[in-house]
Design a protein around this ligand. Structure first.
Ligand code: GUN
Ligand code: FE
Length: 447
């Protein structure tokens, strides 16, 4: 592994998306990385000329594209083992497949799976993840320990729920135990590992959380400056249930607003079935949204109105939402995001498609904005932290002889290749803060 303070250079086709709709590509580009940060961005030949040959160790992997690390704003650590299971919609799926598997995610099982989960993230090129653990304190503790060892930048929280729970704790005690354990975990892990680990208070959603629990979560998050994550307006039946539980609320978003859960450090998963008032409220609160298109397709939850949220000025990132989303590969999540907007176009003729570079924006800088980290990660600028991935372009082309085409590919072409044909097999290396946290097996004997 690369040590934190080494200085090295990486050569490749640099591609990043500094704004929604803006794309930068530098075909023969290079990054110089020092002390975990991007020290210089430029053309390889220029940087090579500027620096004495022996002053920098150059890593040159051939025809590769280098992207900012991918950001997964919403996923579930205990659920990965049951991906692609079940044919039902959200609430029956939770009961049949998710609560039973989360119930088991403690002790040896959590200790076995958590390191594998974080390794999978790194292998897939995810450098930052925001995730839920199970309701048990140890599931979150074990998750953070695995995150720390993996090097993945991680925001994690213990799942909070006190109305319908899969745990064994006496109903009367669930509320206080949930708050006490969450606070203890926050004290232990929030901003640990030089800030690579952070805590998110994680009330599951209004169907399984009392108002007291949600208020308590909001207060704790404010006290510690921690994140909040929850699910909002994913499924029609869920909306009905929330309406019956909270008859006086104006809408679903109002329930969270009244409980103090809408803050600039809040990430709301899904947000499919929102009315204009709710969209305006989320924008005014400066809360972020994790769009989970592959999950929404899997559970038939609906087609998110991405254009409306972006138009309102809401920060939107992408989430794999495993296990409702079938995989951790964020390129596939980008693909689903594009396909969802294309599906909407059949009924809404004035919509325009989401371009590959815009999907890349959502999975990089968009996610960084959602997490309040756009000054630190998400694009290639000198001074930012060096979270990045190295993708093998040639391996995504259909025939070996197509390699000759690579010089003629535009940045948009390369992004589309990654989105439609890319994934962990094409990912050569993953770096967080300049430290290599994953390397493809066939490279492991090289420097
Ligand atoms: N809503 C409440 N809990 C969950 C969950 O675990 N997954 C998804 N997709 N939606 C939820
Ligand atoms: Fe989820």
């Amino acid at each position: 592994m690369q040590s934190d303070n080494s200085r090295f250079g990486l050569r490749g086709f640099l591609i990043d998306a500094p704004e929604f709709g803006a794309l930068r590509g530098r075909p023969n580009g290079a990054l110089i990385i020092q002390n975990g940060r991007i020290a210089e961005v430029g053309d390889y030949d220029d940087l090579r000329r500027l620096h004495p040959p022996n002053s920098i160790q150059w890593i040159n992997r051939g025809t590769v594209a280098i992207f900012p690390g991918l950001i997964d704003c919403h996923t579930h650590l205990p659920q990965y083992s049951v991906v692609a299971r079940g044919e039902s919609e959200l609430l029956p799926w939770l009961r049949q497949h998710i609560f039973p598997i989360e119930r088991e995610f403690t002790g040896p099982r959590a200790r076995e799976e958590a390191p594998q989960f974080f390794h999978e993230l790194a292998r897939n090129g995810t450098t930052t993840v925001m995730a839920y653990a199970a309701i048990y304190e140890d599931s979150c503790d074990i998750g953070f320990e695995a995150a720390r060892r993996s090097g993945v930048r991680t925001i994690l929280g213990k799942m909070m729920m006190d109305l319908a729970s899969y745990g064994q704790i006496q109903p009367k005690k669930i509320l206080s135990v949930s708050l006490v354990e969450s606070e203890r975990l926050c004290r232990k892990w929030h901003k640990a590992e030089n800030g690579l680990l952070e805590y998110a208070f994680s009330p599951r959603f209004a169907v399984t959380c009392s108002e007291k629990l949600m208020r308590g979560a909001g207060e704790l998050a404010a006290r510690f400056g921690a994140y909040i994550q929850t699910h909002l307006a994913e499924n029609r039946e869920e909306l009905e249930k929330v309406h019956h539980l909270h008859m006086t609320a104006r809408d679903y978003t109002d329930v969270y607003e009244k409980c103090g859960l809408l803050t600039p450090r809040t990430v709301l998963g899904h947000c499919i079935h929102l009315n204009p008032r709710e969209i305006a409220t989320i924008a005014a609160a400066r809360s972020g949204v994790a769009h989970c298109p592959s999950s929404n397709l899997f559970l038939g939850s609906g087609l998110m109105k991405l254009d409306q949220l972006l138009k309102a000025g809401i920060n939107v990132g992408l989430g794999s939402d495993v296990a409702a989303g079938p995989e951790l590969n964020m390129w596939r999540v980008m693909r689903a995001a594009i396909e969802v907007q294309k599906a909407r176009m059949a009924y809404e003729p004035n919509l325009r498609p989401l371009r590959p570079s815009e999907a890349l924006y959502l999975a990089t800088r968009g996610g960084a904005c959602v997490l309040g980290k756009s000054a630190a990660i998400g694009t290639f600028h000198a001074g930012k932290e060096a979270d990045l991935i190295v993708m093998d372009i040639a391996s995504m082309l259909p025939y070996p002889q197509n390699r000759n085409w690579t010089p003629s590919l535009t940045a948009e072409d390369v992004i589309a290749l990654c989105i439609y044909r890319g994934g962990p097999d094409a990912n050569l290396e993953t770096y967080v803060r300049g430290r290599r946290i994953y390397q493809a097996p066939n490279l492991q004997n090289l420097p």
